[in-house]
Design a protein around this ligand. Structure first.
Ligand code: IPD
Ligand code: CA
Ligand code: CA
Length: 276
């Protein structure tokens, strides 16, 4: 049993490091392809994904996966790897060094392992269900900031931002006036890892995908924080729905952020959290 756990963890670490090395080598040399007007992918995203999957499937050929740049494999395996081979592609493609690789593992729909590697800062964030969260081997915790009005919060805008710019900016405005300030890094996985590490107090985003959040949600939980949708509910056991509404914070700031979503506002519109 623990042999399997060690093998899963060492495979995760190897995949994170291998993809990180590809990112470092490819930085500044990215060739942009367009999935949409402002939705980019590069040859480096694809190379990272191919490397990660080949490492995982060599060891665990029967496992399922959900990876951003290819069709999912869902054959009913107990284990599901959820992979963002390069999170922060727009940053990466522009030579702005704020990106990472993010890999989560779910077993029977429950997150059991999550790792995020930032190759630019050489920071490895790791979480194992029930065993805590670490950064480069040292235990991390969310902040103890007592309230939203004393917090620094993070956010991002998903790829439907071109159609919903006013909608997203309205929530940015609400959090701007109720916190110390708001930051937007361009990498959802790093945002979650940084909240887990206590570098910011909370994070929200609409319409993320499972690969953006699978590792980060476990990091937040194992670092003592709370992850929910905008009504305060758990995400539940179907990984393909994870991330649609992402609210992650220390529990006190989380309560304050929930109150912002409680105010009358556009997110309650019927299509507000549909993915496009
Ligand atoms: C994106 C980043 C960004 C977030 C977007 C994501 P990608 O992922 O995490 O911060 O705002 O919603 O789609 O495309 O760079 O892997
Ligand atoms: Ca992503
Ligand atoms: Ca990506």
């Amino acid at each position: 049993m623990s042999e399997t756990r060690d093998a899963l963890r060492s495979t995760l670490l190897e995949a994170l490091k291998a993809a990180g090395a590809i990112m470092r080598r490819g930085f500044g040399k990215a060739r942009i392809e367009y999935k949409g007007r402002a939705n980019l992918v590069t040859q480096i995203d694809k190379a990272c994904e191919a490397k990660i999957l080949s490492l995982i499937l060599k060891r665990f050929p029967d496992h399922d996966y959900l990876a951003e740049e290819r069709a999912p494999r869902r054959r009913g395996a107990e284990h599901l790897w959820i992979i963002d081979p390069l999170d922060g592609t727009t940053n990466f493609a522009h030579g702005y060094p704020a990106s990472c690789v993010s890999i989560g593992l779910a077993r029977g729909g429950e997150p059991v392992l999550g790792g995020i590697f930032d190759p630019f800062r050489e920071e490895l964030f790791l979480a194992e269900a029930g065993r805590g969260a670490t950064l480069n081997g040292k235990r991390i915790r969310v902040t103890s900031t007592p309230s939203l009005d004393r917090s620094l919060v993070l956010t991002g805008f998903a790829y439907d931002r071109l159609q919903r710019s006013r909608f997203y900016v309205e929530y940015y405005r609400r959090f701007m006036i109720s916190s110390h300030d708001v930051r937007r890094s361009g990498s959802a996985a790093l945002d979650l890892a940084w909240v887990a590490a206590g570098r910011a107090d909370g994070y929200w985003e609409f319409n993320l995908q499972p690969w953006d959040v699978a590792a980060g949600m476990l990091l937040i939980r194992e670092a003592g924080g709370t992850v929910s949708d905008f009504s305060g509910r758990d995400w539940g056991g179907d990984p393909s729905s994870w991330g649609r509404q992402t609210l992650a914070a220390n529990s006190k700031v989380h309560r304050g952020m929930l109150r912002v979503f409680d105010e009358p506002g556009p997110w309650r519109m019927p299509d507000a959290h549909k993915r496009r």
